[in-house]
Design a protein around this ligand. Structure first.
Ligand SMILES: Cc1cc2nc3c(=O)[nH]c(=O)nc-3n(C[C@H](O)[C@H](O)[C@H](O)COP(=O)(O)OP(=O)(O)OC[C@H]3O[C@@H](n4cnc5c(N)ncnc54)[C@H](O)[C@@H]3O)c2cc1C
Ligand code: SF4
Ligand code: SF4
Length: 421
């Protein structure tokens, strides 16, 4: 096989490894493992394995293969305007576990599904992510063999996590059927190599993901936004345009998005996450998130026949609600483009409070909220690629991004004086 450097000349950094954040992934110190990786790398774990020589065919940051992989795993590519944003889906629900798992990120549908697959002996093991010993949020990929072990891994460890690094352990064992729980960049690499793994069955349970960070940056983020960072046990970016932080004593601290001191946070997001176009984890069989549902409910997208079987397994344990959609995101997204081109100073506290109030009162809700945040992230990330990695655009920005953003052609032209396409 050719050397990786020869296959990916544009995206390989000569000496000092991937950009921002990855020097300090999870609890690991800077070490040899990041050498020779592309400049854009989210440390998905693939390159820690003996599969590394196939990185150029698998890595989403070398070549985004979404279109071909959708065709292969979902039987078609995206068709409707919503699919351009949410990915191919057959069915979409607002649902939650009844009763919920109070240690889970939301209601625990994700880990319960992994546990059910083991209970019903449909898989031999589940790749999931637990917290590293002695920490609350440092991710540690983990091969769960029992339902209890999967359930014990509930809750977000909201940092970059090398989940695919367990593939070698699987291949060197008697495991033949697995479930993989993970984020979009991991799922892309897994899907691209899936047929070569020699496994009988792989169920892919996806969680949405955006703006991930390395573990030390997460700690810095919590220190900046919370009055008591060391007691935060759970946090989430909510549909009411604020971060809810739950503390050990059950208290909920709320911080409006607009009050997050981005300037003080600095360059916190890795370039890989700013060049990522799969917020809703569109190559999974089923995606379990929250942002398209009303507060308190989970947003479930069934993408193919396997996803249908997974939902059927979970269905008896779920209660369902209506998916709603309210408001019109278009003006807000268009003005976001203007701010992308000409970032303005953070307004004074009083004005910020007023903006936060108006966002809550008049901002998009339900599916329209999900559409708006996905569009904003697509726009920001296209711009990041254009500013920092222009030569990679054709290979790493997938087909649907331009179609999804077509309604903003004019706003984009006005802001950046160039075509969006
Ligand atoms: C960094 C990050 C950002 C997210 N952003 C959004 C968002 O903007 N919108 C949205 O709808 N959903 C988002 N999610 C997903 C969401 O927060 C929940 O994880 C999801 O809805 C599942 O909830 P649950 O109660 O069913 O999960 P649980 O039953 O609590 O299970 C959580 C599962 O997540 C896995 N996991 C935890 N941390 C990681 C990690 N770092 N990498 C890979 N897998 C992990 C665990 O293995 C576990 O299996 C994000 C998740 C992460 C990790
Ligand atoms: S993102 Fe994954 S596949 Fe790509 S270079 Fe990093 S570890 Fe390798
Ligand atoms: S934002 Fe994208 S690249 Fe970053 S960890 Fe999440 S899925 Fe991977």
């Amino acid at each position: 096989m050719q050397s990786l450097e020869l296959q990916i000349p544009d995206n390989t950094i000569e000496s000092d490894g991937p950009t921002k954040g990855l020097q300090t992934i999870t609890l690991l110190s800077q070490d040899e493992r990041l050498k020779g990786r592309p400049k854009l790398c989210s440390d998905c774990g693939f390159c820690d394995t003996s599969l590394r020589p196939a990185m150029a065919q698998s890595c989403v940051f070398v070549e985004n293969k979404t279109e071909a992989l959708e065709q292969q795993f979902h039987g078609r590519v995206r068709e409707t305007a919503d699919e351009m944003l949410f990915g191919v889906y057959r069915e979409m629900y607002a649902a939650r576990m009844h009763p919920p798992n109070k240690h889970a990120q939301w209601s625990g549908a994700t880990t319960k599904l992994g546990a059910l697959l083991l209970e019903h002996q449909l898989v031999d093991a589940v790749i999931t992510t637990r917290a590293a010993l002695g920490t609350r949020f440092a991710p540690e990929p983990f091969l769960a063999r029992t339902p209890d072990e999967v359930i014990a891994s509930a809750g977000n460890k909201p940092c970059l996590s090398p989940g695919l690094n367990l593939l070698d352990e699987i291949q060197n064992s008697n495991i033949r059927r697995i479930a993989f729980i993970g984020v979009g960049c991991q799922v892309h690499a897994l899907r691209a190599i899936q047929d070569q793994l020699g496994l009988e069955q792989i169920y892919v349970i996806g969680i949405p993901c955006s703006d991930n960070v390395a573990y030390p940056d997460l700690q810095r983020f919590l220190t900046l936004i919370s009055r008591s960072p060391e007691t935060v046990v759970h946090y989430e970016f909510m549909q009411d345009f604020s971060v809810h932080l739950r503390h050990e004593d059950g208290r909920i601290e709320k911080v409006n998005f607009i009050d997050i001191p981005m300037a003080e946070l600095g360059d916190v997001f890795p370039s890989a996450c700013l060049s990522c176009f799969d917020y809703p984890n569109t190559l999974a069989d089923i995606t379990i998130g929250y942002m398209g549902a009303e507060f308190g409910w989970q947003w479930i997208l069934v993408r193919n026949e396997t996803g249908q079987a997974l939902l059927n397994l979970l269905r008896p344990l779920l209660e369902f609600s209506e998916l709603t959609t309210r408001g019109d995101r278009h003006a807000a997204v268009a003005s976001y483009i203007t701010r992308l081109a000409q970032p303005s100073q953070r307004p004074p506290a009083l004005i910020r409070r007023l903006i936060a109030f108006l966002m809550r009162r008049r901002g998009p809700r339900g599916l329209e909220f999900a559409r708006s945040v996905i569009e904003m992230k697509l726009l920001r990330n296209v711009q990041h690629v254009r500013d920092r990695f222009a030569r990679l655009e054709q290979r790493i920005v997938p087909y649907h991004v331009y179609q999804a953003l077509a309604p903003y052609q004019n706003a984009y032209w006005d802001a950046f004086d160039r075509d969006l396409r």
